[in-house]
Design a binder for this molecule. Structure first.
Ligand code: PLP
Length: 449
């Protein structure tokens, strides 16, 4: 066994060792139940340090490929990925059941999306029936995207939504055992995705300007491969990165090869102007712009633009998959981005989301409930105990998302995420219920802060 392992390892880093073991498991040469050599024995045989082998074992254990059984050694479970790979996302989307007022979803208000009918009436099928060898980006949409891109992208393509973009870019960049920096808290499916790839997630702290520089400095010391961030309307906190913070972070990254992946999932319904590290590091940044929140989730479109390497890899990989995202729908989006009535509808939506968010946030502040959320569709609300808050709100017919699936690392308090963008009226009553749920004992007026 040890000789097979040594023969399979061509790269003696932790990542290389993990990848080799994963290949042996995938090919069936290591089977579930097989016992792996001890860390010391393998390290000796490879001429590497026990820490390196131990790191490899940890990354394989994280994806469920192997398991340490204490004194009985480390055994193979099966090929990575492990079952339950969408476990965080499922905890958000399955929620506590269908509530009369479901504010758990993070989705846009259908009443605030632009009307698709005129745009659908204007797109002509004839223009979109060619296919396989054309550019995956409809030229008219490509021009509009390049005009609104926060920096000059080396390459640009269109895929099926911001989460598809994250999946494809992560697949192109992140390797088993890589350390990856993420905001804490962050979008649960991103954490699921990184688990699936066998990455080691390193949480970074946020404040109201974006990622805290000291926290990035600590993360960089671990030699990470990539940093995933949301430049504005961060889900769940609602933080938008300031231009000054972006410049500070970019300065810290100047001498590194770190890939930065920016997920601007809220796009045109965010209030803050978009800022991008790509303005400082275009060759190391991949920027994603989503249209689900602004123009409708079912258009299923997002753009990816930036460094030619990863964007090109996404385009190549997609050639042996869907190839491109429906140009018909790209035509609808290009129409919506230029038609004055649709542009005005998105402007109205942005203003309505800001108004709803502020009214509810103000109500919570008056009731001494701590909340962040200065942009986007959501509020991140501090509660005494997550579970108690969910149950108390469910009893009032209100569903919110639990905070814990959003955690990339520990936070000092429990939270829930509430989609304020779906609240049309009843702000005072809702704030009362939230205040009760946030601190259920003894009464909201009697508690100490
Ligand atoms: C941070 C973040 N990224 C990506 C997405 C997914 O966006 P899309 O619907 O474009 O796939 C969401 C959706 O809520 C999100 O909050």
């Amino acid at each position: 066994m040890i000789d097979d392992l040594v023969a399979a390892v061509d790269d003696r880093s932790a990542r290389g060792i993990a990848a080799a073991v994963n290949r042996l498991i995938g090919s069936g040469r290591l089977s579930p139940g097989d016992r792996l050599p001890t860390v010391r024995a393998l390290a000796r045989a490879l001429g590497t340090s026990p820490t390196t082998v131990s790191e490899a074992w940890q990354s394989l254990a994280r994806v469920g490929a192997i398991e340490s059984r204490g004194r009985n050694g480390t055994v193979v479970l099966g090929p990575a990925p492990a079952p339950g790979t969408t476990r965080r996302y499922r905890r958000v989307t399955q929620g506590p059941g269908r509530a009369p007022l479901d504010l758990s979803t993070g989705t846009p208000d259908p009443g605030l999306l632009p009307d698709l009918r005129p745009a659908l009436g204007r797109v002509s099928r004839d223009r979109f029936t060619t296919g396989y060898t054309d550019d995956p980006v409809l030229p008219a949409l490509g021009e509009l995207l390049r005009d609104r891109w926060p920096f000059e992208p080396e390459a640009l393509t269109v895929v099926d939504g911001a989460l598809d973009a994250l999946d494809r870019v992560a697949g192109a960049i992140v390797r088993l055992g890589d350390r990856v920096l993420v905001e804490n808290p962050t979008f649960p499916p991103l954490l699921d995705l990184l688990d699936l790839l066998g990455a080691e997630v390193v949480p970074l702290e946020l404040d109201e300007h974006g990622i805290v520089p000291a926290s990035l400095r600590r993360g960089l010391a671990l030699e990470p491969a990539a940093l995933f961030l949301q430049p504005r309307a961060q889900n769940p906190t609602g933080v938008s990165m300031t231009a000054a913070r972006a410049a500070t972070l970019a300065r810290m990254l100047r001498d590194t090869d770190l890939w930065v992946i920016e997920d601007d999932h809220s796009g045109a319904v965010a209030e803050a102007p978009v800022v991008s590290l790509g303005s400082h590091r275009p060759g190391h940044t991949v920027h994603i712009l989503g249209f689900a929140k602004s123009h409708g989730p079912d258009l299923r479109l997002a753009a990816i633009g930036g460094a030619a390497g990863p964007v090109g890899a996404v385009v190549e990989r997609r050639l042996i998959g869907p190839g491109w995202s429906s140009r018909l729908l790209q035509g609808v989006l290009a129409d919506l981005l230029t038609d004055p009535a649709s542009v005005a509808a998105v402007d109205r939506a942005r203003a309505a989301y800001a108004d709803r968010r502020r009214r509810l946030a103000d109500g919570l502040t008056e009731r001494a409930v701590a909340t962040t959320g200065s942009d986007g569709l959501n509020l991140w609300i501090e509660v005494e105990r997550e579970r108690d808050a969910l149950v108390a709100l469910a009893a009032q017919g209100i569903a919110v998302a639990p905070g814990s699936p959003f955690l990339a690392g520990p936070l000092p308090a429990d939270h829930v995420r509430l989609t304020s963008g779906l609240v049309r009226d009843g702000f005072d009553d809702l704030a009362d219920h939230l205040a009760d749920a946030a601190a259920p004992t003894p009464t909201r007026w009697g508690r100490t802060l």
